[in-house]
Design a protein around this ligand. Sequence first.
Ligand code: GTP
Ligand code: MG
Length: 238
Amino acid sequence: MEAGSHHHHHREPQQGSNIVVDVNARILARNDALAAENRSFFTCHGITALNLMSAPGAGKTTLLERTLNGLKGKVSLFVIEGDQATANDAERIRAAGIRCIQINTGAGCHLDAHMVAHAVEELAPGAGSVLFIENVGNLVCPAMFDLGEQARVVIFSVTEGEDKPLKYPHMFRAADIVLLNKIDLLPHLEFDLPRVTENIRRVNATAEILLISARTGQGMDQWYRLIGQGVGARQASA
Ligand SMILES: Nc1nc2c(ncn2[C@@H]2O[C@H](COP(=O)(O)OP(=O)(O)OP(=O)(O)O)[C@@H](O)[C@H]2O)c(=O)[nH]1
Ligand SMILES: [Mg+2]
């Protein structure tokens, strides 16, 4: 599936910047309407949809591989993969035996609700299933686009620097869950854990913050518990 970032091309050199702002506002409003449709579909079918966002290489796919192997057989699992190019991540997910749709955004820097709606139609996830959506690796654009997910998960690895929540506040503010990944590397780094927690709290007072290693599996039980709570809450309200 190829989907361009059409909105970047609306700008003509002679147009005033207020026109660009207007176009962007319209695109976001349209996205929000489609996201609301996705959300009501997920709610109606008791589907737990999680939007995984991070900088490139923070470990989204590695986390997914381990999570899928950990939850396989207990709950029905589906994945949507977003990248500018390649089907590498989808191949990694399929290798775990899970159904997956790869979306390539071309020049685009994020998934949007329309792309997700199409992928969901193709995947046809059943009632009570868990749908993981791996967004395009980027700490900026994906924060602005609601996909209709029930929870936004930001993966933040310990090699990225303690200041990132302050530099990319929109992403961290949007998070329901922050997974601090690659903690197996802490002995090799000078990473100030209390400071990073404080920085996350400065932009987001309520997000769950978990320390994990997608490589060693440390902290994964807490992550599974949060997914399970989502599934439980959904089933209870369905
Ligand atoms: N040491 C360590 N390495 C990790 C961990 N999680 C991921 N990695 C490594 O980090 C690199 C990037 O991991 P990916 O899972 O591909 O990251 P991603 O966020 O999916 O990347 P994009 O999809 O390209 O944005 C790989 O070399 C992984 O093996 C971890 O917990 N510890
Ligand atoms: Mg990936």
